[in-house]
Design a protein around this ligand. Structure first.
Ligand SMILES: Nc1ncnc2c1ncn2[C@@H]1O[C@H](COP(=O)(O)OP(=O)(O)O)[C@@H](O)[C@H]1O
Ligand SMILES: [Mg+2]
Length: 241
């Protein structure tokens, strides 16, 4: 198993230097949450790790087995759910593999459904199954729950936590939700001015509860790193970012 090693990664769009000699290591099996204001370069970093954005300057070592889940699950509406999950798989029985992954996300009953008949939460679970089926060593999640209602988001967080504990990929989760970061991650990072400006280990026992003093202390620290000093805004940074 290999982890992630990024050294001196620089990415520019014209005059705009989005990533500026960024260094970051992620250990195999480690769960890392990436926070940062809107436009700080989180998605650019994630896309680079996914191989969707070129490395112009710097070094990036990533495991070859990687999978990405975006906010929009991007299912192809003309393919049944299982075909979306099995897309590109080189397997003797792709449907069986897809079904196994769909069972893990509690979506086995929708194996033959059309994507447009899925709810938002179901579509996102299908997206997770499509990632899982590739047995990724690195799972890249770009605000995967941002478009879901609060209750569905909580269930998805539990599911991701369970899948991570079962399969132990390294995870990079981009989120604007500080609570989500503290709930799920081993380590939280704040991206600012193209670098990791703040990082903190989250050594809280699992399952975590947001009511504890330790939880609140880490949350407050991260919020302040993001420039949010108002406790009332703790639950959602969407407006602040
Ligand atoms: N393909 C692109 N061409 C030009 N500018 C881009 C491109 N992708 C991202 N950017 C710019 O890079 C910056 C970081 O974007 P992004 O990584 O999407 O931020 P975040 O995910 O943190 O909100 C923004 O200023 C954005 O406008
Ligand atoms: Mg983004």
């Amino acid at each position: 198993m290999s982890g992630v090693r990024i050294a001196g990664l620089t990415r520019r769009f014209g005059e705009n230097t989005v990533l500026d000699r960024l260094n970051l290591d992620i250990a195999p099996g480690e769960f890392v949450a990436l926070l940062g204001r809107s436009g700080s370069g989180k998605s650019t970093l994630l896309r680079t790790l996914a191989g969707l954005d070129p490395v112009e300057l710097g070094e990036v070592d990533v495991p070859s087995r990687r999978a990405v889940v975006f906010q929009d699950p991007r299912l192809m509406p003309w393919k049944r759910v299982w075909r979306n999950v099995a897309l590109g798989l080189d397997e003797p029985d792709p449907k069986a593999r897809a079904l196994a992954a769909l069972s893990e996300v509690e979506l086995a009953h929708r194996v033959d459904a059309w994507p447009l008949t899925l709810s938002g939460g179901e579509a996102q679970r299908a997206g997770l199954a499509r990632a899982l089926v590739r047995s990724p060593e690195l799972l890249l999640l770009d605000e995967p729950f941002a478009a879901l209602d609060a209750l569905t988001r909580l269930r998805m967080q539990e599911l991701v936590s369970h899948l991570w504990a079962t399969h132990k990929p390294a995870v990079l989760l981009v989120t604007h939700d500080v609570d989500e970061a503290v709930l799920l991650a081993d380590r939280a990072l704040v991206l600012e001015h193209g670098r990791i400006a703040v990082e903190t280990r989250i050594d809280l026992p699992c399952p975590r509860r947001s009511g504890t003093a330790e939880f609140a202390a880490i949350r407050t620290m991260l919020l302040e790193a993001l420039g949010v000093h108002e406790p009332a805004a703790a639950h959602d940074l969407r407006d602040a970012a």
